[in-house]
Design a protein around this ligand. Structure first.
Ligand code: NAD
Length: 273
């Protein structure tokens, strides 16, 4: 790897597994120390795939340490701003600075519009929107105080550029994340802090496990006309978490020093079709 993140410190949420783990390992392999947060516990009841565990978060720590970099982990819920502040504070005390925030924690629930309950709508908004906001709030002042600028990456989705049928709440939440990144980019620019949203298409993670595939199949059967709305232009069809992490690494690095307020799609072209 390049060492282009040597000396930097990154705060990553949803880091126990999937894309968040890949971001932690990739940024560490490029030289960054990591502050890793995850709920590592039960996800809201309507979520159809398995929850992450403390062992998953410990495995992320092991993989980061294997790269030779350091990591501070915390089991915390992004809906709990005080818990996030404590986790970031502990990391900054250990590493002495903060340069990057990767707001990655999120949930996804396939439901037709009339299956969405007040609880599942609120859970998706609370985690995907308020949780993302809390993540920025918990970390941004530390980057500003460092006086060296930095990078904030908000993980949205293809559903934050076009839409994902049968996920009104998810689509609404990821569009909110897109807008949040653009608006934050304007205010943080004076501190040389760049803010971008990143839009993965389908990614091979535990989010696609458990009953997720069956759940998607069931909702698409209610309106087969909408089945082909996610079309990859490339033969692979689905990305690996490491493919998304490569773009996170670039956005965090000085190679992307004039990239801000951008919507970066890593979606095999699917948002264009
Ligand atoms: N997998 C995909 O196809 C896909 C596509 C586009 C966007 N995304 C987005 O990418 C991000 C990462 O997803 P993934 O595929 O790695 O999913 P994942 O379920 O494998 O991992 C998400 C992690 O976030 C954690 N998390 C969830 N809610 C949390 C909370 N309130 N506080 C702290 N941690 C919490 C989970 O415990 C889990 O470890 C999400 O924002 C997701 O919406 C995923």
């Amino acid at each position: 790897m390049t060492g282009r993140l040597n000396g930097k410190v990154a705060f990553i949420t949803g880091a126990a597994r999937g894309q968040g783990r890949a971001h932690a390992v990739r940024l560490a392999s490029e030289g960054a120390d990591i502050i890793a947060v995850d709920l590592a516990g039960p996800l809201p009841p309507a979520v159809p795939y398995d929850s992450a565990t403390p062992d998953d978060l410990a495995e992320t720590a092991r993989l980061v340490e294997e790269t030779g970099r350091r990591i501070v982990t915390a089991q915390a819920d992004t809906r709990d701003l005080d818990g996030l502040r404590k986790a970031v504070q502990a990391g900054v005390e250990t590493f002495g600075r903060l340069d990057a925030i990767v707001a990655n924690a999120g949930i996804c629930i396939p439901e037709t519009w009339d299956e969405i309950t007040p609880e599942s709508f609120r859970d998706v908004m609370d985690i995907n929107v308020t949780g993302t906001w809390n993540t920025v709030v918990a970390g941004a002042q530390h980057i500003i105080d460092g006086g060296r600028g930095g990078s904030i990456v908000l993980i949205s989705s293809a559903a934050g550029i076009k839409m994902q049928p049968f996920m009104v709440h998810y689509t609404a939440s990821k569009h909110a994340v897109t807008g949040m990144a653009r608006a934050l980019a304007a205010e943080f620019g004076r501190h040389s802090i760049r803010v971008n949203s990143l839009h993965p298409g389908a990614v091979n993670t535990p989010m696609g496990g458990g009953d997720m595939v069956a759940g998607l199949g069931r909702v698409f059967e209610t309106n087969p006309q909408l089945t082909h709305m996610i079309t990859s232009f490339l033969p692979e069809g689905i990305a690996d978490p490491e493919d998304i992490a490569a773009t996170v690494s670039w956005l965090v690095s000085d190679d992307a020093r004039f990239v801000t307020a951008a919507q970066i799609a890593v979606d095999l072209g699917s948002t264009q079709y």
